[in-house]
Design a protein around this ligand. Structure first.
Ligand SMILES: [Zn+2]
Ligand SMILES: [Zn+2]
Length: 233
């Protein structure tokens, strides 16, 4: 088995430890064909990358693409945040980006009553997995996301509904190797509904880039390895 690409890695631009170049070097050392630096987007109040800092990151990635040409494909990614019902901070101009990841995260300033919805749910109110999944998928559709990161992390989701949307929209569900947010049963359900999967390391240090071990074990257990798009069996 070979890992083709790791599209979910972080650096010191957000709350990770290494530089973009160190992530790329690690991926090249592992023999990956491609790697993305996919930093937290600006909607995250604590470590979202925005403004001039985002500009610096984008130009650093452009330089790395050139430097590593012919060795490894460097991709510019962004891990965006759901900010409300059907809303996200996916940039309108996506031209700088090769891959857009969308996930539900804490520490985001929510709009359109989503804050109240989340507040109620996190303090023991009635859980509404279908509504949550609808909010995330509507945001993913509007922003044309490529990947949903760690489905079910911090917020319960209706995985069957999510998988149906992903199949229809051509969006991948991530089996996140740092946060195993989907159970074996969730993954099986998603596959039954036609979803395809991508494994992401969600590395916050260069050493963890391409570390797919935990996700692979879970995917193996759920018997969906042939539906994971970024490994070669
Ligand atoms: Zn995330
Ligand atoms: Zn992440």
């Amino acid at each position: 088995m070979r890992i083709i690409e790791d599209l979910h890695t972080h650096t010191y631009y957000s709350h990770g430890k290494g530089s973009p170049r160190e992530n790329v070097l690690r991926a090249a050392e592992l023999g990956l064909s491609a790697v993305a630096v996919s930093e937290h987007a600006g909607g995250n109040l604590f470590y979202g990358v925005r403004g001039k800092k985002l500009g610096r990151l984008n130009s650093e990635l452009r330089a790395l693409k050139k430097e590593f040409e012919g060795k490894i494909l460097v991709k510019n990614g962004l891990e965006c945040n759901v900010t409300g019902f059907g809303k996200s901070d996916i940039p309108k101009d996506r031209s700088a980006y090769d891959v857009i990841i969308l996930g539900y995260h804490k520490g985001v300033a929510y709009t359109n009553r989503f804050a109240w919805h989340i507040f109620r749910e996190s303090f023991g109110g009635k859980s509404t997995p279908r509504r949550n999944a609808e909010s995330i998928m509507a945001a993913a559709e509007a922003g044309k996301a490529d990947i949903i990161s760690h489905p079910g992390l911090y917020l319960a989701v209706d995985i069957a509904y999510m998988a149906d949307c992903c199949r229809q929209l051509g969006i991948l569900l991530e089996i996140n190797s740092a946060s195993l947010s989907m159970s074996v049963q969730d993954i099986r359900t998603a596959r039954e509904h036609g979803a395809k999967f991508i494994i992401g390391s969600d590395a916050h240090t260069p050493e963890r880039v391409g570390d797919f071990a935990a996700a692979l074990e879970r995917a193996r257990e759920a018997d969906v390895l042939s539906d994971v798009v970024n490994i070669e069996l």
